[in-house]
Design a protein around this ligand. Structure first.
Ligand code: BTN
Length: 267
């Protein structure tokens, strides 16, 4: 028997298709495959209880065991309102939606987004987002979301990922000792993501940027970012602009960073 109540997931009315597996290599690989084939109605949710070959950004891995929330959404982005040049904003929107959802579950805790795609609870990583375009399509993308909910210790996908020893990862259950019903957490994430996704498509990113700024973990920190191509840039993070780029004050002035991986940050 699955830990997810799939009837509730269908009944929420947010999805056109649901593809559930007790165990799967990667929900994002499966979602990319189905979305590329073009036969499955979107939005599609791919969901699993155990992910054995999950991918994070770059070369990171994200394996999760029982108790984690591991899902991918395949979505259609209307090119006139959300062209591929703006797709990096989708990862920011997803991270924000996850942070807002978790905030509603642990109201007293500090939930932050670490540009571009991580969610932090009280200084530790609790969730990660991976946004990818679907090969062969100019209007389809897959958003992978991993949240540590009831999975502890060695089962934390992010703890494995951060084995290099930067910051510890955490699960909701480690924060407050409460085991949660995964379907309820899943539906809350889907609901909040749906709200922000519609806002992005209908009204653009500017309003969302203002909300994101209030949760931006990096603002005020000295950070180092590895940019695509391998160039490392160091500076003082000044939050994000209205397009979602990270603003970095460096020796040569204010620089807009549109893509990259934050490798260190210190207040
Ligand atoms: C990161 O922090 O680098 C992003 C991690 C994203 C992990 C999720 S789990 C569901 C989906 N399937 C994957 O293979 N990866 C994403």
């Amino acid at each position: 028997m699955t830990v997810f109540d799939l009837a509730r997931v269908y009944d929420a009315g947010l999805l056109a298709s649901v593809d559930y597996h007790e165990q799967l290599g990667s929900t994002s690989d499966r979602a990319l495959e189905l979305a590329a084939r073009g036969e499955t109605p979107l939005p599609l949710l791919v969901l699993t209880e155990r992910q054995t070959a999950g991918r994070g950004r770059g070369t990171n891995r994200w394996w999760t065991n029982d108790g984690a929330l591991t899902l991918s959404l395949a979505l259609e982005a209307p090119p006139d309102r959300l062209p591929p040049s703006r797709w990096p904003q989708v990862a920011l929107v997803a991270g924000l939606a996850v942070a807002e959802t978790l905030q509603s579950l642990v109201p007293a805790a500090e939930l932050r987004v670490k540009w571009p795609n991580d969610v932090f609870l009280a200084g530790s990583k609790i969730a990660g987002i991976l946004s990818e375009s679907v090969p062969g399509w100019r209007d389809r993308l897959v958003v992978g979301i991993g949240v540590n909910v009831n999975n502890r210790g060695q089962e934390l996908g992010v703890r494995r990922q951060e084995a290099a020893g930067r910051r510890e990862a955490v699960a909701l259950v480690e924060h407050d000792g409460v085991m949660r019903e995964l379907t309820t957490v899943l539906l809350a994430v889907l609901d909040q993501f749906d709200l922000r996704w519609r806002q992005l498509i209908d009204g653009g990113f500017r309003e969302i940027a203002a909300i994101y700024r209030n949760r931006c973990l990096l603002t005020g920190s000295t950070i180092a970012i590895d940019q695509p191509g391998g160039h490392r840039i160091v500076g003082l993070a000044r939050g994000i602009d209205d397009e979602g780029a990270l603003l970095l004050a460096t020796e040569t002035g204010l620089t807009r960073i549109v893509a990259g991986s934050v490798v260190s940050w210190e207040k």
